[in-house]
Design a protein. Structure first.
Lengths: 211, 211, 211, 211
DNA sequence: AATGAATGAGGTTTCATTCAT
DNA sequence: GATGAATGAAACCTCATTCAT
């Protein structure tokens, strides 16, 4: 089966969509939401602007799609990594490594999520925090499995807050890593686990008994 | 006659400056850098645009001034709170409470710092990360006092990374708090300390011996 | 149907470009660079401003394009006229007539060149003096042919200065002509030749022997 | 008699005026009409803007005053130099040298006149051409004296045109000189005289007989 | 005689978005 | 399915000019 020349002329809709998303991801990462222009995206894609509007409706929707896609990819990778271990600490460690590795591969795309020029815009903050929350949920799930219990109604907010705090720590650490790429992700993960694991275990115990 | 009617007409320069900064802080917090417009600021201040330009030179400089001002206020408050305690854990706790309290008072202004639309813009990332780094340095200092030692050359990056991670945890936790204002800042501080204190003590010990 | 209604609506790119250049030439001539506004150009062209920016990038580039275009047209005309004569004096005369005729046709455009509001602006002085210099070079060339020699290193600056002076005389004379259009260009040319030809011949002889 | 400190505080009206004119001359020469701002003039003069408006009414009037003043100074110098010689050629030579020397001293001010950013603006073209015309009149006068006759009605326009052309040559030559300041003004004057004197004498004779 | 504070109008430029083909 | 051409709205910024003191 030959590969058609997709750079010019008619292209199946799905292929165009994927190609555009890929380029948009790059562009948003390079420039941020506001500074990225539809004109440039069109130029890079070798396509006229109406094509983009036909596919995604608006710049905002296009951005949302990019963010969602990246968030899902991240969650998938972390979840998969976690699933391959059984010891609780190892699971968290594996997840962390997967998280940092994802950044290594997709740094550009990730930047869009948490350090993007427009994270604060109410329209997009939603998307970003949705992803953060997914990471947090994943961790809650993890800990619930570990302790074999679910925190009661009272303990819930605390757990939620803590996991979000941890997600924040990951994000901030990633920014630091950006400037110290020589540190291997495994070491990064170990550092972070050494920092929070003791507290996490205690928290887990505490919430478990309180239930 | 003591106080002129400052709502319209002629106002002393210093007063105008302060008023404009205050309103700009609000506006940037609401909209982010890009989406905030000088036109709107002028409208809110009941002033024509040239006034703003006369005072701050450009939108960028105005923003920088806002950010710097907020960052300094935050650092001052935290430093002051820390100074009033002597036990290491209590010091961190006091600093944390001060940090969260600052948000309660100045939430709008704070948002500009870490969740702003333009954190990613290199021009501003500098400002924001400088503040984060100041918090981090403050904490490193704190820990050094506690352990009575300074980490060696090898331990330094790790300590730096960890404090930045913790700063990230604070920031993220603040966003969560934004949606759960019923939790008192003392409780928030206790939660976070319970989470990281064990790890911090160990880290401190470890870096101390390794030096 | 051959010719679409180009006064409104969609027009092929090349046509729009030409139309805009024409109108810009007029506008710059009427008002000078600074006083001419893109708004007015757009209004006159019955087009929105972004169209202009799409075609020429910036006001400065638009201006440069106008100037260059006019300068080239002038040089072409003069060169062509000169080429059609063989006697040195006749050649200069023919060139002069062509020069003045060009003004008659393109007065507006010409004004942009040498009496423009912004000759002094370094960005444009370059363009204008380049054209003046081209005229001067043309004349130097002409005289070299006449005398069959090239002035030596010492004589060069003098010749250059003199031809530029003559170019200035042309320009100034053109302004005068603007207010005395009843004088035919041939007469104008004769006047000027009577004035400078004797001196030119002597100069030519002098520089030739000195070499 | 002591000199009061005129840089601050109250200053007699005439002194202020003179001081402002001097600085305005400089500023216009440096920046051109449009780019020169009243704000900067006020700053340089250490005076508030209303003072300037009180003295000159408007930017336009201020500029006109500058130009007129410079033009008069130039005409005075040239006239004076001419008066000190008796042989016609020497008189023209002396006038030319005075002209070029004026530039050497007052280059900045001169630029405002003929190469200014706004020479073309109808409002100012008037001023500039008035000066050019004065130079031209001066020369006509000179030649009339030489030949002892005044050209008849028919010869007048031609003489006028020629003298204006010559004035243009001077201006253009001055620009060239700007880039070759090593040439002494006497040499410049000789060059120009060698070029136009033969033609001028013939013209003079011709117009004299024709009358 | 002089000023600090303010303004209105206008400038260039950029962008997301949409017809008409 | 795709495009070339066009637009409306809004952004930042500057300047000559004038009150009110």
């Amino acid at each position: 089966m030959l590969v058609a020349n997709y750079r010019t002329g008619r292209v199946p809709r799905a292929v165009r969509s994927a190609q555009l998303l890929e380029l948009a991801d790059q562009l948003f990462a390079e420039r941020g939401f506001h500074a990225a222009s539809m004109d440039e995206l069109a130029r890079r894609a070798g396509v006229s602007k109406p094509v983009i509007y036909d596919h995604f409706g608006s710049k905002e929707q296009l951005f949302a799609t990019c963010v969602r896609r990246t968030g899902e990819a991240l969650a998938d990778r972390v979840a998969k990594a976690v699933r391959e271990e059984s010891d609780p600490r190892e699971r968290l460690r594996a997840g962390s490594i997967a998280y940092f590795r994802f950044l290594q591969d997709q740094l550009r795309a990730w930047i869009v999520l948490f350090d993007g020029e427009d994270a604060r815009d109410t329209r997009f903050a939603t998307e970003a925090s949705r992803i953060r929350r997914r990471q947090s949920d994943l961790m809650i799930h993890l800990m619930a499995e570990t302790s074999g219990t679910t925190p009661d109604h009272e303990g819930r907010p605390r757990l939620e807050a803590m996991t979000l705090a941890i997600a924040g720590a990951y994000e901030s650490l990633s920014l630091w890593w950006h400037e110290h790429p020589e540190v291997p992700p495994e070491e990064l993960a170990d550092w972070l686990l050494d920092l929070i694991w003791p507290g996490l275990e205690q928290l887990n115990a505490q919430l478990a008994t309180s239930s």
